[in-house]
Ligand binder design. Structure first.
Ligand code: SF4
Length: 390
């Protein structure tokens, strides 16, 4: 294991761009591939990890294996990857190490092996507990298979499980969404993500004749029901679309919303390090060549150094996604000026309009002053966030 330095912790994101087949609504960088292509990709990923570990001088406190479908990896591939990661980076002993898992791609034995290789949190792509909806979405699994993989994950020792759900589906009514939420809660996961479907250009959904989408009112009704129902069942909303039992907010995603540095590894993965954003190539040939040549510059495409103003804007509109909002003292120590200097007027306006509230929180004997969106502010978050663009 690498020596630990006195630098602030960093997150790692590893992209696994393979799926059994493409879901009809998906525009992520992913697609089907042969066993051999997947194995070659793990080789490349391990090379890239060794090549780039020097970009992260400090400890790693969260790792996220996303995709695509990382659970298509075999147990042996995952062991190889995790060994490579822990040789190359100083991974904090209590690090949150998450992996996306899709029903139909892992059994109990594979999940046990994933757990043994150090993965301690999984995020299951369930989307719906209605088989009709799953078929329409083009998912490869049934609701029964989603329940099965959840139980297998528990039996394999996972004590921190998220279920990803999707509302506002074509033809969806309040009763099927309510059924999905009730089924999800009955399994007792620690965390739930509930996003509304967005029909992306270039996907089959954008070309298909689909059953009618829920109206804006129905969408709002689903959103409000979600919040109330999950609150009644012990899940606190901590971000616009994310809910968790006490102590189970996703540390990796909270890092994104609080401006934490992260290094993205793998095809098309994005990074944000020391105020600079860049990403790996999206094309496999180009990615492979850069990794094989050891060409770090080729892996840092679309480089963009964010100005202090851009970082301040991001701090506001990402931080305000979280129900705890932003800490005024943290803002001041990060940017060397009070939040009112740039945002005083808009903060005043939003306080007056009941979109924002301020308060104090005691954390570890320290009093923090926080600014957060109200329920109403979260409801119209898109409109509110636009006001924080300088
Ligand atoms: S499993 Fe996820 S990443 Fe893969 S095609 Fe479906 S939605 Fe996209």
């Amino acid at each position: 294991m690498k020596e630990i330095g006195p630098v602030r912790p960093v997150s790692l994101y590893l992209h696994f761009p393979f799926c059994v087949r493409k879901c009809r609504y998906c525009d992520f960088l992913s697609g089907p591939a042969s066993e051999e292509e997947r194995d070659n990709y793990i080789d490349l990923l391990c090379r890239e990890i060794r090549l780039r570990s020097s970009e992260v001088p400090g400890q790693v406190d969260t790792v996220f294996l996303g995709g695509g479908t990382p659970s298509l990896m075999t147990a042996a591939q995952m062991r190889r990857l995790m060994e490579c990661l822990s040789d190359a980076f100083a991974i904090f002993p209590g690090a949150e190490i998450s992996m996306e898992v899709n029903p139909g791609t892992a059994d109990g034995e594979k999940l046990r092996s994933f757990r043994e290789s150090g993965i301690n949190r999984i995020s299951i792509g369930v989307q719906s507990f209605d088989d009709e909806e799953l078929r329409l979405l083009g998912r490869i699994h049934t609701a029964g298979e989603a329940r099965e993989i959840f139980r297998a994950a528990r039996a394999a020792g996972f004590a921190n499980i998220n279920l990803d759900l999707m509302s506002a589906l074509p033809g969806q009514k309040m009763d099927t969404w309510e059924h999905t939420l009730r089924e999800a809660v009955s399994l007792g996961p620690e965390h739930l993500s509930a996003y509304s479907l967005i029909i992306e250009e270039g996907t089959p959904f954008a070309r298909m004749q689909l059953p009618a989408l829920p109206s804006e009112e129905e969408d709002r009704e689903m959103y409000h029901f979600t919040r109330q129902f999950l609150a009644q069942n012990g899940y606190r909303r901590y971000e616009i679309s994310n809910y968790a039992k006490e102590g189970y907010a996703c540390r990796h995603n909270c890092g994104y919303w609080t401006g934490h540095d992260y290094l993205g590894l793998g095809l098309g993965a994005s990074s944000f390090l020391n105020g600079e954003r860049f990403k790996n190539p999206d094309a496999m040939d180009q990615y492979r060549e850069s990794v094989l040549r050891g060409d770090i510059a080729g892996l840092q495409q679309e480089k963009e150094l964010l100005s202090p103003e851009e970082q301040m804007e991001e701090c506001m509109f990402l931080g305000l996604r979280m129900t705890d909002g932003i800490c005024i003292e943290d803002y001041q120590s990060r940017f060397g000026e009070p939040v009112e200097k740039r945002f005083g007027e808009v903060i005043e306006k939003h306080l007056r309009q009941g979109l924002l509230c301020s308060g104090t929180v005691e954390a570890g004997g320290i009093t923090q002053h926080r600014l957060a969106l109200t329920e109403y502010g979260l409801d119209v978050a898109n409109y509110v966030m636009a006001d924080y663009i300088l």
